[in-house]
Design a binder for this molecule. Sequence first.
Ligand SMILES: Cc1cc2nc3c(=O)[nH]c(=O)nc-3n(C[C@H](O)[C@H](O)[C@H](O)COP(=O)(O)OP(=O)(O)OC[C@H]3O[C@@H](n4cnc5c(N)ncnc54)[C@H](O)[C@@H]3O)c2cc1C
Length: 467
Amino acid sequence: MIDVLVIGGGNAALCAALMAREAGASVLLLEAAPFEWRGGNSMHVRNLRCMHDAPQDVLLEAYPEEEFWQDLLKVTGGMTDEKLARLVIRASSNCRDWMRRHGVRFQASLSGTLHLSRTNAFFMGGGKALLNAYYRSAQELGVQVRYGTPVDGIELRGGRFVAARIGGERIEAKSCVLACGGFESNREWMREAWGRNERGEWPADNFLIRGTRFNQGVLLRRMMEAGADIVGDPSQSHCVAIDARAPLYDGGIVTRVDCVSLGVMLNRDAVRFYDEGEDFWPKRYAIWGRLVALQPGQIGYCVIDSKAVGRFMPPVFPGVRADTLPGLASQLGLDPASFMATISGFNAACRAGSFDHTVLDDCHTQGLAPAKSHWARPIDTPPFYGYALRPGITFTYLGLKTNEDAAVHFGGEPSDNLFVAGEMMAGNVLGKGYTAGVGMSIGTAFGRIAGTSAARAALKERSHAAA
Ligand SMILES: Cc1cc2nc3c(=O)[nH]c(=O)nc-3n(C[C@H](O)[C@H](O)[C@H](O)COP(=O)(O)OP(=O)(O)OC[C@H]3O[C@@H](n4cnc5c(N)ncnc54)[C@H](O)[C@@H]3O)c2cc1C
């Protein structure tokens, strides 16, 4: 019988598999996706948020534990477990040497990447290169990997893992790590979680999924049915406004549209609905998915003029372009009269100031609801550009409750051989909100812990059997 069974094939699963193997356990990893699509959402990532007390290789200045903790506290509004959050933060300060030993390479952040050069270490070659390095290292260490193997059942006895089921096949192991992501790719479950709104719409029908199609939440559901303790709210997720032309799955980061703070955002009725200049874009980009999800038809339209061009990272799809504002309205399918009324009202409300996109400048609107607090400049210089945007779900926060050993809990009691890591438990640390790079901090910390715990449990059982 195998010692440690790891279910999932993304960052958290690989961290667990590598740690368990390094601890001397035999490891089998089951990935739902075929080889070509291996790696889940982790294939799309770019960076890891890291605590550090002084400048380090690719990280500038310092990002101490307390500041990281305060950032997390702010974005989650207190919906976080401090003990587990601090464990993640501390682990983020010393995991990079281990990652390098398994072939991961880092680079300094490039300009235009959400101003993260102090806090986040970027992966050379992105998530794909990170995963390739981990899979290569796993193979060299003798971790067995099976692709195209979606586990559909978990056999438990008294809170202990016994076996995993894949159709008619049954795989026993001494311990198990669950690292199969959230349920964001399961459109039915997303529909149920978001329900029907006051307009009779099912908002989730209009959501796009930024990452893998393989995170269907099958084992999260099975574990809930088996009575595992749960954290988080099913309607909470990381949700970004992305280009409406993005594919249903796996559009990745290039479909994000980063010019909202440089223009105005309209809904289907050509009406503004939120302050586009409330704060710096890196602090606000992750609220716009939910804001668009609450609008009629779950669609928004970002409108800029030529003054904004060159000031934001160009997305993969070019914007709709027109030389006149009514022409842009027609091309976007918006009512030109309503569109012109909104833009004229906005333009008239802009108070001249010194435009500076790198500070919270004094260009704001007056007497307009909602206000635009910073970077408000009239939309008056052709050509004009528009982007239709939809909510893009990154990952869901509903997960399994856990502790410092990454154990799955049943009725408040930790299992002694079933562990969890990554998005499947991120809700313990991230009840809501997000701060860039923390998904990988959580997955790396808990993946490593889960692998160590699972190896310990398996090796203990092995030594009992030998005695
Ligand atoms: C576009 C995009 C960009 C992102 N950028 C960043 C970033 O720069 N920094 C950051 O910190 N976070 C980022 N994130 C979030 C990040 O992806 C996650 O926090 C992290 O990768 C999660 O790792 P994971 O291993 O838990 O899940 P995943 O990487 O999603 O892995 C889940 C795995 O489980 C497998 N699986 C699912 N169900 C089953 C089953 N039943 N049986 C077997 N296998 C199964 C899947 O195929 C997949 O391999 C980004 C996400 C997206 C979508």
